[in-house]
Design a protein around this ligand. Structure first.
Ligand SMILES: Cc1cc2nc3c(=O)[nH]c(=O)nc-3n(C[C@H](O)[C@H](O)[C@H](O)COP(=O)(O)OP(=O)(O)OC[C@H]3O[C@@H](n4cnc5c(N)ncnc54)[C@H](O)[C@@H]3O)c2cc1C
Length: 380
């Protein structure tokens, strides 16, 4: 099929990850606007950053009170999605940070959550052991527990948002890859897909995750694509102890890992949170003899010895788009008054997607955002 899309739409979204899905959902609530979303694969796309089973939802960002406030303001929006979809997508199971270094950043998190009147507790070793007996505490100085932190069932969220948006009139085009963005003096004129069809809209949103740089080449988006190891581990015994009802998200800054409760065919996940190596977008098999396997075993030996002897595991590497200062980019494309880009959520801002997307939806239809987006601009 080739040619031009005769039925011009008000907003065209490119990319059906968490940002695209949330923006489509918010736009679907703005009556009278027509919206289309194109996605190169299926929705959710298995290779997208958002498609994994679970993501962590922290409220602790050290002294960064703005980040904590953005996460906190996103919580009711996730809960609204739980209600509207009738599915448990966001769950506040509790988030425990194990502190074994100087603890300065953890102390700042305690202070900021306190100032924002968000529940948070500083736990000594005895308290950690009492609440989570599987956790070993030698070498830990203290723990920071915030009960409102938790998990988002990521693939389920993308699926639910697209289903709700579609019901409200948004048109989805999976299997449609944008290959070129046509520019004019005033802005974007159209988006050409791999089948040769040009799709036109009054406003455009590009949220193509790790593929953004390639798609928006001529704008030179300041994004890095890095790769992160993740391991799915089957507990050798007493699986029930790691159920999300009784096991938190566990993070250790010093070790640079985040461990999750049991969630995937009896497996639990552990993710490398350290800055990854430059990579191409996508999902890849774990490298032979991956050092992350050894690091994961070392992490478990130290903190959850019952898990250290795991024999069954699956590993992979997934790419993600990050910025130098680890803040997302939400901005109008330079010299394109009708086009926006949203990307670079990095490894800890997945939970911000509903709030960022609601502000994007306002911008796309000429409204005023309620969040100060200065921090997310190109020229910050
Ligand atoms: C291993 C790993 C673990 C992570 N864990 C966490 C965590 O625990 N907590 C947290 O907050 N964050 C985490 N993250 C980060 C988080 O997942 C991402 O920041 C977030 O999902 C990015 O969402 P997105 O919508 O911007 O991009 P994506 O989810 O990548 O979506 C982009 C979409 O655009 C589509 N697309 C791309 N190019 C085109 C094109 N040309 N035409 C049409 N469609 C196109 C893609 O197919 C894709 O579906 C993790 C990331 C990784 C890699």
């Amino acid at each position: 099929m080739s040619g031009s899309d005769a039925s011009e739409t008000d907003v065209l979204i490119v990319g059906g990850g968490i940002l695209g899905a949330w923006t489509a959902y918010w736009l679907s609530k703005k009556r009278g606007f027509s919206v289309s979303l194109i996605e190169q694969g299926e929705i959710p796309h298995p290779c997208a950053s958002s498609s994994e089973v679970l993501k962590s939802f922290p409220l602790t960002y050290g002294k960064d009170s703005f980040a904590t406030a953005v996460a906190a303001k996103s919580m009711p929006l996730w809960l609204e999605l739980n209600r509207e979809s009738g599915q448990p997508i966001f769950e506040t199971i509790g988030f425990l940070e194990l502190v074994s270094s100087n603890g300065r950043e953890a102390e700042e998190s305690l202070r900021i959550l306190g100032e924002l009147k968000l529940p948070v507790e500083k736990w000594d070793k005895a308290r950690i052991q009492k609440r989570y007996p599987v956790i070993h505490t030698p070498g830990i100085k203290f723990g920071v527990f915030h009960p409102d932190g938790g998990i988002v069932w990521a693939g389920r969220a993308v699926g639910a948002l697209t289903a709700l948006a579609q019901k409200a009139g948004v048109r989805f085009f999976p299997g449609t890859k944008a290959v070129a963005v046509q520019r004019g003096a005033e802005g974007v004129l159209g988006v050409k897909d791999a089948a040769g069809k040009t799709r036109r809209a009054k406003a455009y949103l590009f949220c193509a995750g790790a593929w953004t740089t390639e798609l928006l080449k001529s704008w030179k988006i300041p994004l890095l694509v890095t790769c992160h190891d993740q391991l799915y581990v089957r507990p050798p015994f007493n699986k029930g102890r790691y159920h999300p009802r009784i096991f938190p998200v566990l993070k250790s800054m010093k070790e640079g890992v985040c461990a999750f409760p049991l969630h995937f065919r009896g497996y639990l996940k552990i993710v490398d949170m350290k800055r990854g190596k430059p990579a191409k977008p996508g999902l890849f098999a774990a490298e032979e003899g991956s050092s992350f396997l050894k690091r994961s075993r070392a992490f478990f030996s130290r903190f959850i010895p019952d898990l250290s002897e795991f024999a069954e595991w699956e590993g992979s590497q997934r790419a993600v788009a990050v910025t130098k200062d680890e803040n997302p980019i939400i901005d109008r494309l330079p010299k394109a008054s009708n086009a926006y880009v949203a990307c670079g959520l990095g490894l800890e801002s997945f939970g911000w997607a509903p709030l960022l997307a609601r502000n994007l939806a306002d911008l796309l239809v000429g409204g005023r955002p309620t969040l100060n987006l200065q921090r997310f601009r190109f020229g910050r």
